[in-house]
Design a protein around this ligand. Sequence first.
Ligand SMILES: [Ca+2]
Ligand SMILES: [Ca+2]
Ligand SMILES: [Ca+2]
Ligand SMILES: [Ca+2]
Length: 380
Amino acid sequence: MSFLRPLSLFAALVALVGCGTESPEEGPALRRSEAALTGIDLGVSELGVTCDGDVLTVTGAIRNEAPTGVDPSTAGIYAGDPAAGGTLLATVNVPWLVGKERYGFQTVVVVPQGTQRLFVVADHTDFFPEDDEVNNTASVTLASGGGCVVNQTPVALCKSVTVSAGVACAAPVSIDNGSFDVDHFPQALSLSQSPAGPYAVGTTAVTLSVSDGLASNQCSATVTVVDASAPVAGASKNLVLPFTSNAEYRQVTLADCAEPATDNCGGTLDLQQAGRIIRVVSDESEDALSGLRLLACRDIQLSADRKSAQLRAESSILGNGRVYTMTYEVKDASGNATTGTCKVKVPSLQGILSVGLGPVYCQGTACPAGTGGGLLCSLL
Ligand SMILES: [Ca+2]
Ligand SMILES: [Ca+2]
Ligand SMILES: [Ca+2]
Ligand SMILES: [Ca+2]
């Protein structure tokens, strides 16, 4: 068996340890993991051929795929599949390779007439017991008669994709669905999309082109980008309504009350268009005695379109200034909504601007419990 020749020291030690722990009770799964303990793996890559009649120059690389060193080996170049009677044309002497080292080779061979495929096999005498024997063989198809390599056209595979837009209202999207080049020849597969991303909100027809440097292919699919991010509400403008002694109404629009909202797709959202008042809360009761008029009721009246409110510019004689808090909803064009609040203040007679107390009187939707009309107003 192959252990008669020197292995790399590490690999040999690992192999010996593996044998020492073997026991009849162990199941197949454990045996497989032990079988993987040789720590040796040679492979073939970058196989290419150029031709001059029936004289071929074969280029490629033998790679030590394992992390540890491996002793010198040989690779065979065959006309036809060596597993089906292929003819050995030449060998490549591969030196000691440290872990992950690549050994490039270039060898001239003369192929017999009628050869259809050229094979290169790492460790072709099967001297080393390897973790992976499949990657030891690579092949190229030769053109009939001329000897040159027939390039396999890459295959383009597409899929339609739907994603959410990012902060800039766009998204980078790949429609590639596993495009491949079966012979990996002559170059690594390159992919490009037209139009290129990132893609704006909406639906975009996209074409994917794949090329191996010689042949190319295309497929098409649809990219759908949706806005799934709610706007960010703007800050309160903290509007101050000067105290009026006869409790006059002042119309306050949403835009008077709050800064515009911002949205990843809509940019700056005009509250008069994108906003809607949910409710307005006062931190004083409707029947709080105020100014010369003393009792003025219905201190908050929302407009039918919920874009503004009539607010009485009054505050309680006994209070520290009134605070109206407007709660509103703002939506982007895709219907993503967020809720914001803003405050409108009326100073006290002494000119104090309150920071606001709890809700006492409320008009609109989903008002807190116990914030209905004042007792005195109900008696009117
Ligand atoms: Ca291998
Ligand atoms: Ca190809
Ligand atoms: Ca949005
Ligand atoms: Ca009042």
